[in-house]
Design a binder for this molecule. Sequence first.
Ligand code: ATP
Ligand code: CA
Ligand code: CA
Length: 396
Amino acid sequence: DRVLVGNKVSEGHVNFIIAYNMLTGIRVAVSRCSGIMKPLTPRNFHQTKKLAFDYHGNELTPSSQYAFKFKDYCPEVFRELRARFGLDPADYLMSLTSKYILSELNSPGKSGSFFYFSRDYKYIIKTIHHSEHKHLRRVLKDYYYHVRDNPDTLVCQFYGLHRVKMPISFKNKVKNRRIYFIVMNNLFPPHLEMHTTFDLKGSTLGRYTDVSKVDEDVRPVLKDLNWLEQQLNIQFGPFKGRKFLTQLKKDVEFLSRLNIMDYSLLLGIHDINAAAASGDDIPAMIPESSGKFATKLPNNTNNTITKAVGGHYFQRDEGGIRASDSENRDLNIIYYVGIIDCLTNYSLLKKLETFWRGLSHDLYAVSAIPPNDYALRFYKFIEESVTRDKPHTKNE
Ligand code: ATP
Ligand code: CA
Ligand code: CA
């Protein structure tokens, strides 16, 4: 199982060229799309822009170490989305491009997607399947309006949709391959340790991470059965609990309407007391300018939790949201929470299911239920996990 500590992608690394091209393309495309923002038109939701890179460069594109083609989808829409999510255009470019340090998430999952972090760990690039790409384009307008009408949405924040086309050799044959990818928010902050991480779907089949089988020095991502086994709750008092569940309900209804399923609630738990007790020894994830990973970061204790005003409700405390007790008083736990992997539409999963069944693999057998049933089951699972008025069972 994946954890959020990456391997550095450097020259010589198999995926270095792909990552390099992705970043070069983003830099040029994003900086090109920078005039005065005009109100979006229906056309903007179908717009695409193509760039061709080569060693020599031309008036449109600077020279690039490798030859490749880059396609930017709906640049104006994503630009506006980034603004709505509160991103500063210059910072965005800096994070993704200033130096070609990226790190790759360990071992890709069964979907075959690759994940890269931006050098400051604020953003994640995820390669996606062509059908996921098609689905995002199809629903982009709905997504845009949902984000506009729900500034505190828990649904994954998409910042860009792109394609790189380049020659890749596979089994001694060089072919022009198209790689689709999205840029999204890293739900977890670069400066704080996640003491526990859960990926929750509301289903139980195969949803167990055997911690004894994971390396000791990596924190595994735990799943639904681990959650039930540990009898954990999301500790929110009545106020936050209501706010969270109201938003979650709107979000799953939205996803269900778009025929999407197989998404998860990603939940990172930062324990402020544990962090304070362990002193400065936070495994840092910020690469230093040398390209090496820093080992020490400033400690963060209770007194230094910064509360952002305005902004996203569930990202107001150090980029997350503090747990609270039955009287709505803050607890020493910060949650980082969002809905991820939300580009799988039902018909695609049905296809995959048939495919896996053929390989006598029933990973999707129980997963692949219609979007509405998926949404209900998902919501119910999370709803039952929110403490609200119940007494706390753990971490008290
Ligand atoms: P599969 O379809 O097999 O579930 P996938 O390749 O589609 O896998 P995701 O489910 O999107 O991958 O993500 C896998 C893991 O990567 C998550 O469980 C989580 O640990 C991490 N991850 C994904 N998106 C984010 C994000 N936005 N912020 C932080 N971590 C993330
Ligand atoms: Ca997933
Ligand atoms: Ca997936």
